[in-house]
Design a protein around this ligand. Structure first.
Ligand code: ARG
Length: 259
């Protein structure tokens, strides 16, 4: 995770971001602190921190650093120039912590774990709004795993982790409206226990959840999905991450899972 010290809305690169809808910075910092506290103190997760950098307001979304597999990382190649300055900082962190860093082809955009999520033996990877499908082959080659490419069709759900969330044991949350018809058939055929999220919860970022064992840390207000998670044997842990929604993000994209 990366502290929210310089988190802000300084540009608009997704439909959630509005320069006219500014972040309450003290509030954002306390929401981030609370997420950090829940993950570490409540759930026992070991969290590594990286230094925030002035002028890189989205560095807080560490999910987009790259795709991590063991000690190997496929670094991101951000679509928008506004985020490209983050890559040297993410790569420096990985290199100084003993990871081997690979890069996607220069002409091929890839936004890391925002668009590539492991489930069972496969990796589900999104493309179109941010990452491009040309990056998926490299994910497959580096990890030695099958990559299932999913086309994202709604710009509000521009990263796969905004509309798809593996829960472990073959289950996953997904918002059908974010995918094209073929991607939906791929999900239904390859996810043993898919849980479809309704639009209202999807727009509250229900799918952008951090899963720790059976606990699902997700944005507050997703009443229907909380109820269904409980019925399926999970314990939802709701958190107010409203300041980060102004940037098009929530719990999951504020973290990057290190194996
Ligand atoms: N403002 C950031 C962007 O548009 C939010 C990134 C959220 N990350 C994610 N993995 N969903 O790039």
């Amino acid at each position: 995770m990366c502290p929210a010290t310089y988190f802000d809305i300084e540009y608009e690169i997704n439909p959630w971001m509005r320069l006219s809808r500014q972040v309450d910075r003290p509030r954002a910092q306390s929401q981030w602190q609370e997420l950090h506290r829940v993950l570490t103190a409540e759930l026992g997760v070991t969290v590594e921190l990286m230094e925030p950098v002035r002028g890189l307001p989205d560095l807080v979304f560490t999910a987009n650093a790259g795709y991590v597999s063991g000690r190997v990382v496929l670094s991101s190649n951000f679509k928008y120039p506004q985020r490209r300055g983050e890559t040297p900082h993410f790569e420096a962190w990985f290199l100084s912590h003993g990871y081997r860093v690979h890069r996607p082809a220069e002409e091929c955009f890839f936004e890391g774990a925002g668009d590539a999520l492991p489930l069972g033996e496969a990796i589900f990877a999104g493309y179109r709004h941010r990452s491009e499908i040309c990056s998926h082959q490299k994910v497959a080659t580096l990890t030695g795993r099958q990559v299932l490419s999913l086309e994202l069709v709604d710009s509000a759900f521009y990263h796969l982790d905004t509309c798809f969330c593996p829960l472990g044991n073959g289950a996953a949350l997904y918002y059908p409206g974010a995918f094209d018809a073929y991607a939906r058939t791929v999900i239904e055929a390859n996810v043993p226990r898919p849980i479809a999220v309704a639009e209202q919860d999807a727009r509250l970022f229900a799918c952008n959840a951090v899963v720790v064992g059976r606990t699902v840390v997700l944005n507050a207000g997703c009443a229907d999905i909380e109820e269904r998670l409980r019925k399926a044997g999970y314990s939802p842990r709701a958190m107010d991450l409203s300041e980060f929604m102004k940037s098009g993000g929530s719990a999951k994209c504020l973290t990057l899972l290190l194996e």
